[in-house]
Design a binder for this molecule. Structure first.
Ligand SMILES: O=C(O)CCC(=O)C(=O)O
Length: 261
């Protein structure tokens, strides 16, 4: 048995009941000073990994449903292309998980499938997710700049719109340090939109965490959380279903792009 003390909280871990890899993951998280997979840190840290959200059968069904997609380096509008993903995004399991952490009812508004493979081994520098996908351009004060991604209009909304959103990433493969996991700076979502100098400062002053996950785990994060991901050093599949949820409609005729009817 292991007793962990962390900022006034105390967690008892029954060490002998953990598998070896689970043990390694807890140890890694502990040495970085964070115990990520516990619900009550989501608000403060803007990140949480919820273990074993999907069963083996659900994972193999999703892998099969996604197997024919062109994904290099990502495939957008996933809910429209793959009904199994739309069903997952609106399932009581996933919505229940989000509802437990949010004050308002979430609904999915954007979906992307990411994979890293030996043929498509990519990286993303440190950034916040500042753009939302909308059905068509409506010029409104506070909204901009605009861009088009795979034919879909995207815009940077005011910060309060982003603060009311959450991203859920379902892992369809084990993801350790060797195959390009997400890296994040916990708590960085709480200070709004960051310019290049503030990103540099946050990276110098705050501890970054590598978000290792196992097949079937869900990673929850706030879009404003600073994050990056490196190229895989041992490239293999790293399939992730990335789902973004909003909690309120957009104003004055602007509509979320991927709302399901
Ligand atoms: O999947 C990844 O590793 C990075 C994705 C990312 O940075 C993003 O969706 O903004």
């Amino acid at each position: 048995m292991l007793l962990l003390h962390y900022q006034g909280f105390c967690a008892i871990v029954f060490y002998s009941r953990l598998e070896r890899s689970e043990e390694t993951r807890l140890y890694r998280i502990w040495t970085l000073g964070k115990i990520i997979p516990m619900g009550f840190y989501f608000d403060r840290d803007g990140i949480e990994i919820v273990p074993t959200v999907l069963s083996k059968k659900e994972i193999s069904d999703l892998r099969a449903a996604l197997s024919s997609l062109e994904v290099s380096p990502g495939c957008r509008n996933l809910m429209r292309q793959v009904p199994a993903v739309a069903n997952l995004a609106t399932s009581s399991k996933i919505l229940g998980l989000l509802n437990a952490r949010l004050a308002q009812e979430p609904f999915p508004v954007r979906s992307i499938f990411f994979d890293k493979t030996p043929e498509a081994n990519w990286l993303v520098p440190w950034h916040q997710d500042l753009s939302i996908a909308v059905s068509e351009r409506v010029d409104l004060p506070g909204y901009g700049p605009w861009s088009i991604k795979d034919g879909v209009p995207h815009v940077q909304p005011p910060v309060d719109v982003l603060e009311a959103m959450v991203t859920l990433r379902i892992h369809l493969d084990d993801c350790d340090e060797s195959n390009g996991p997400l890296r994040v700076i916990p708590g960085s979502h709480r200070v709004g939109r960051l310019d290049a100098a503030s990103i540099f400062k946050a990276r110098s002053n705050q501890t970054e965490i590598t978000c290792c996950a196992r097949t079937g785990d869900a990673l929850l994060m706030r879009p404003l959380l600073l994050h990056a991901s490196s190229e895989a050093s041992v490239p293999a599949h790293r399939r992730v279903i990335h789902l973004e949820y909003a909690t309120r409609p957009l104003p004055n005729g602007l509509e979320w792009a991927e709302v399901l009817s």
